[in-house]
Design a protein around this ligand. Structure first.
Ligand code: FAD
Ligand code: SF4
Ligand code: SF4
Length: 444
């Protein structure tokens, strides 16, 4: 897919990949073998009929292609952009063996862009009401699925804007907010009501929702930042990735003073971590004019971030220090001056299949920096778990059965709140399954 040139893109927040032209999309669709038993579909957590929509693109039936995708996925313009396709549908494509899988994500994005107006199939109401807590991909998917089945659905969102990580986490240059807004408008057209600025557990209790609704679906995500717990982590200039990205993506701190929220970014920024959140933080800091270095405790091969985002970060000038981790943040007058790090080596293979990083004795070194962003992971939001007695696991995640039922009758959950930080499409797939469970239980 064509991309904006590096020089152009590093000083603004506009989208980097440009999408397929009609000609490019058709050429790509023509490469699809239309497999009788398509393996690609097995790699899609929501089971889109991939060969069918690709065939429709080939036949220039763009609106049909979009309708085919919408049968299974309510947020195609988003998934086409941010799904880790190389680990999902495209990894399973038979052509992947030759290193040339069909660009399924790019074709999905194309269909969403050119497929035209979507029908808002407002189903006949069935007289039952469901409350959804959280408006990220899991909440939106469950809400849309239930609304299509005739339920009156109300989403309660803690922030002033709906969309969850899609609006406050993933930056504009990867996922334009106008695209997220459009997708949310489609969900609203199905009859879903979204009420913002309501923190369930504080503004309104879970018990109140249970009294008012026939079922409650919890999709509050994993927004609790993890820290390194090393000395000096409270110095001025150190952010959690969540705070850093929220200030810019949601509160528009990059446009201060036009917007009220400020952000302090010095000349040299270090970002600690190796996932998508670390790449996003690094590329945001770069666009704010900083010289950016990512510090990651394993090697590039083990980085959990999407390969194409690592490639883009490098092209844009982000530097990397691999096999190292901070042991201390060093300050002067309360402000960050630099990070003391230690070299690591890779030891035995751990449960998750990756090799354990082990510190190398007496290998400390200093990285000068006036801003640091800690992007080493997020845990499930703990509020509802803490105050309701709902069953939670070791990491604070809400425990659900295979069909999305929690330990409280009539209360369901899916997405990052049940799995810990995962992916958009996994959250959507689980939310869809939980919505079907709600429908079955309410009609039993
Ligand atoms: P969320 O998107 O976190 O939504 C939860 C919502 O619930 C939020 O809006 C929150 O405000 C609200 N909420 C929380 N508590 C309450 C409460 N008590 N009352 C009311 N509302 C509440 N995944 C990918 O597939 N590809 C990527 O490229 C990718 N990049 C990422 C980049 C970043 C910076 C981050 C942080 C994550 C990224 N992810 C990516 C992960 C992906 O975004 C998440 O897995 C996904 O958003 C989870 O969806 P969710 O609906 O479960 O939760
Ligand atoms: Fe692939 Fe994601 Fe689209 Fe499924 S939703 S086909 S995994 S890009
Ligand atoms: Fe087409 Fe690949 Fe799916 Fe086969 S596996 S139908 S080639 S996308």
């Amino acid at each position: 897919m064509r991309e904006r040139k590096v020089k152009e893109r590093i000083r603004d927040f506009k989208e980097v990949p440009l999408g397929f032209s009609e000609e490019e999309a058709i050429r790509e669709a023509e490469r699809c073998l239309q497999c009788k038993e398509p393996r690609c579909v097995l790699g899609c957590p929501v089971g889109i009929d991939i060969p069918a929509f690709i065939r429709m693109i080939k036949e220039r039936r763009f609106s049909d292609a979009l309708s085919k995708i919408l049968e299974k996925n309510h947020l195609p313009a988003i998934c086409g952009r941010v799904c880790p396709q190389e680990e999902q549908c495209e990894k399973m494509c038979v052509l992947a063996k030759r290193g040339e899988p069909i660009a399924i994500g790019a074709l999905e994005r194309f269909a969403a862009e050119v497929g035209g107006k979507r029908d808002a199939k407002k189903a006949e109401r069935n007289g039952k009401k469901v409350a959804v807590v959280g408006s990220g991909p899991a909440g939106l998917t469950a809400a849309a699925t239930l609304a299509e089945k005739g339920y009156d659905v109300t989403i309660y969102e803690a922030l002033h804007k709906a969309g969850g990580v899609l609006v406050y986490g993933i930056p504009e240059f990867r996922l334009p907010k106008s695209i997220v807004e459009e997708e949310i408008e489609h969900v609203k057209k199905l009859g879903v009501e979204i009420i913002t600025d309501v923190l369930v557990g504080k503004t309104i209790t879970l018990e109140e929702l249970q009294r008012k609704y026939d079922a409650v679906f919890i999709a509050t995500g994993a927004g609790l930042p993890r820290f390194l717990n090393v000395p000096g982590e409270d110095l001025i200039g150190i952010y959690s990735a969540n705070e850093f990205l929220i200030r810019i993506n949601l509160m528009k701190a990059n446009l201060f003073p036009e917007y009220d929220t400020p952000i302090l970014i010095g000349k040299k920024t270090v970002v600690i971590g190796g996932g998508n959140v670390a790449m996003d933080s690094a590329r945001v800091a770069l666009r704010m004019g900083a010289d950016v270095t990512v510090i990651y405790r394993r090697t590039e091969k083990e980085m959990p971030a999407r390969i194409e985002e690592i490639k883009r970060a490098k092209e844009e000038g982000v530097k990397f220090i691999f096999l190292a981790t901070p042991v201390k943040f060093v300050g002067e007058n309360g402000r960050l001056k630099g990070v003391e790090c230690i070299r690591m080596r890779l030891g035995e293979i751990e449960k998750d299949g990756r090799r354990k990083p082990v510190p190398v004795e007496n290998s400390e070194f200093f990285v000068e920096s006036d801003t640091a962003v800690v992007a080493i992971g997020q845990s499930p939001n703990p509020l509802i778990g803490r105050i309701t007695g709902i069953k939670t696991g070791d990491r604070g995640e809400i425990v659900v059965d295979e069909e999305g039922r929690t330990s409280i009758e009539g209360v369901y959950a899916a997405g990052d709140i049940t799995t810990g930080a995962a992916t958009v499409i996994e959250a959507m797939g689980a939310a869809k399954r939980a919505a079907y469970t709600i429908d079955r239980d309410l009609h039993a």
